[in-house]
Write a protein that binds this ligand. Sequence first.
Ligand code: SAM
Length: 480
Amino acid sequence: MTDGGGRDEAKRSGARGKRPQGRGGRPDTISRARQVAYDVIEAVRDSDAYANLLLPARIRRAGLSEADAAFATELTYGTLRRQGYYDAVIALAAGRPIDAIDPGVLDVLRLGAHQLLATRVATHAAVNESVALARRVQPKAAGFVNAVLRTVSRREADRWRELVAAEAGSPDQALAAVHSHPLWVVRALRTALDREGRADELVELLEADNASPRVNLVALPGLVDDPAALGDPDRYSPVGSTADQPLRVVEQHAGRVRVQDEGSQLAALALSRSMPVRTGERWLDLCAGPGGKTALLAAEALAGGATLVANEVVPSRAELVRRAVAPVPLDVPVREGDGRELDPGELGAPGGFDRILLDAPCTGLGALRRRPEARWRKSPADVPELTALQGELADAAFRALAPGGVLAYVTCSPHAAETHGTLGRALERWGADAEQLDTASVVQGLSRHPLDLAGDGRTVQLWPHRHGTDAMFIALLRRR
Ligand SMILES: C[S@@+](CC[C@H](N)C(=O)[O-])C[C@H]1O[C@@H](n2cnc3c(N)ncnc32)[C@H](O)[C@@H]1O
């Protein structure tokens, strides 16, 4: 990461207008990229904003160049992901707990610490611009920000990691602090890896959560003339690829090429390719918003002569589903309502659906790299609430299946309570009516390359550090 774009931009904006003066009459230049990053970080803390939604709007409003937009994105996402670690560093450097620091000033320090410890931004640029930012946020804190960041800059990143680990009360707390995850998340991820006998991969996983995922594309099957020309094919998904300028590729294809994680593609295809499609099959996507998997299922249904209905409880997300399926020349009715109260008869499937995707609401612990602030907003108390909802939705999905129909239970969380926990209890309730399928064989069968999967094959767990995908969990079941 260089500061090139940001510095150029700061010089340009320095030519314009009157700005506050720093000590000795030096102008307080703050590059627009840093200002955008700060504004988003502040809004995430102060107004519960979502960085992935707010940042693009702020970048557009500030009219950032491509290089400055990339710089602002790196600063925002990197700072938010590693916030827990930076707080530990700042507390040590300031010699006081972070809750004794003004929240706005703390955001300035976090952004400064990120530049010093995780980017190649020059020390003087990171410190001077942070001090200038502090003067805008809280003028009397400028000296404090200067002193703390100079202290941070005096030690190597490795040394700070050692100091933060040494401060922690236990080995788990050290992992949580150094790799910037809440303690309960570290433990949940270890438990999930341990089920596969791979608890020793924990640090790799935590670090994968701290890296930006690549922008991955899906070409809706049958609807793109030359999918091979889009870019480099994905390692696993037969309909996925990466491109040098992915957003341009998306624009050129009017919704038939979309941004979608490779793991999500495998989850949708696991259902649509679990067995050959018979003409006239009826498919349902029970929790469809915002519609990424619905679009892929719609293209698959069209190719196989099946029909597809989608359901989503949040109206604005149902609208996103409608937009996602619009480019597919198949009529996909989108019901707005609670999936637990769905009547297949009202949706044209009185005998039940032949395939149902339940991509269940979950903690999202498998997609932390994508939503930088998400880890700090979740709490262990979310888990029992979500597993209860998942169980009820699973029962509704199972009831809505035709005899012989297939259900894909999917989560973008590897938390054992949401994966094997919810599934295991559902299987107990359904007894002999349900049969688990060999999900691993299905997924391996459709993948371009063999996946390194653990377990008995009845379920599939993907991992960011092992497969480069979100940590999707997939289980296929048949109603007898
Ligand atoms: C994991 S997301 C689905 C993601 C989607 N399959 C995709 O690939 O774009 C789960 C969705 O379930 C919805 N949801 C939550 N509770 C629901 C319920 N009781 N009935 C139906 N949908 C629900 C959420 O609003 C959310 O849009």
